[in-house]
Write a protein that binds this ligand. Structure first.
Ligand code: NCD
Length: 306
């Protein structure tokens, strides 16, 4: 049985297959409309979500399956003190596959050790968010036509942003990837990512504070929100929250073929005036999230459609 805890759970070849499958699903949705008939997806969300939970649910519904779940810890037995391992034993009796989001790093990993159904990590604290990475890879592939030979700017909260951590893990396996890490000093990419991933694999990167200094050199600009819920005090959050605002003026400095991604939700970091720019890819990105999660569910359930 397979789970998805980190993008590294798939080899590059398996990722290619999964992304190809997602593209085929987009082109021929009818072919897949009953592929999961009789199967159930449970969404176990101990933290807020709009896109991740609902796109997993939409994915299963589009495949002809059914859905169940809870959308906050308060409405589950976690509020009574139940452990993640007991909850997953329960869900294993009811569903065929589940997606779990949890504020604690490693909680989905604990779940998969006690589960008899595939577990998808839908975000664990400030650690990883592998299904967002699948979404991001499909978006980059669709807008740029490739996943190699690119300079990727990661901007905003690189410390707590789990989508950034998972995306780096995934992209370092492709040829010719360079990163520009754009953050205030306080929100730098953690040491364990810089030293154990980027330095260890000799991936070229530089760190800058000003977005304007990086933007002319980028193929992809990946914007992120300052992760309010992971701050220890309100004061620090307030100081950081509007550090970056991508607006039309800054977009003028960007190459014609530099696309802007954002896992969403956006707060203030992308001005609404940028939405109409053809290089704004963040709304397309959330649509791709459904196709890629359909491909993921089929892959983890080992269902093949001819
Ligand atoms: C992200 C997350 O939950 O980490 N959202 C998402 O799933 N698309 C990013 C964020 O919350 O900032």
């Amino acid at each position: 049985m397979r789970h998805l805890m980190s993008p590294l759970d798939f080899s590059v070849e398996e990722l290619d297959e999964l992304l190809n499958l997602a593209q085929d699903i987009e082109a021929h949705p009818d072919k897949y409309a009953h592929a999961c008939a009789g199967k159930k997806l449970a969404t176990l969300f101990y933290e807020p979500s709009t896109r991740t939970r609902l796109s997993h649910e939409a994915a299963m519904l589009n495949l002809g399956g059914s859905i169940m779940g809870f959308s906050s810890a308060d409405s589950s037995s976690a509020a009574k003190g139940e452990s993640v391992s007991d909850t997953i034993r329960t869900i294993s009796c009811y569903a065929d596959i589940c997606a779990m989001r949890h504020p604690k790093e490693g909680a989905p990993m604990v779940a998969c050790q006690h589960s008899s159904i595939p577990v998808i990590n839908a975000g664990d604290g400030g650690h990883q968010h592998p299904t967002q990475t699948l979404t991001d890879l499909l978006t980059i592939l669709n807008v740029k036509g490739r996943l190699n030979n690119m300079t990727i700017g990661l901007c905003g909260d690189l410390k707590f942003g789990r989508t950034v951590h998972s995306l780096i893990h995934a992209l370092v396996r492709y040829e010719g990837i360079k990163f520009i890490l754009i953050s205030p000093e306080e929100l730098r990419l953690p040491d364990y990512m810089r030293h154990d991933v980027l330095d260890k694999l000799n991936i070229p990167y530089k760190e800058v504070v000003r977005l304007e200094d990086a933007i002319p050199d980028l193929d992809i600009l990946y914007m992120t929100r300052v992760q309010k819920e992971r701050f220890f005090n309100e004061e620090d959050y307030v100081r950081m929250k509007d550090f970056y605002i991508l607006d039309k003026k800054k977009m003028k400095l960007a190459p014609e073929d530099m696309y802007v991604l954002h896992p969403l939700p956006r707060v203030n970091e992308i001005a609404v005036e940028v939405d109409d720019d053809p290089r704004a890819a963040y709304f397309r990105q959330m649509q791709y999230g459904v196709y890629v999660r359909m491909a993921l569910i089929l892959t983890l359930l080992d269902i093949h459609v001819d």
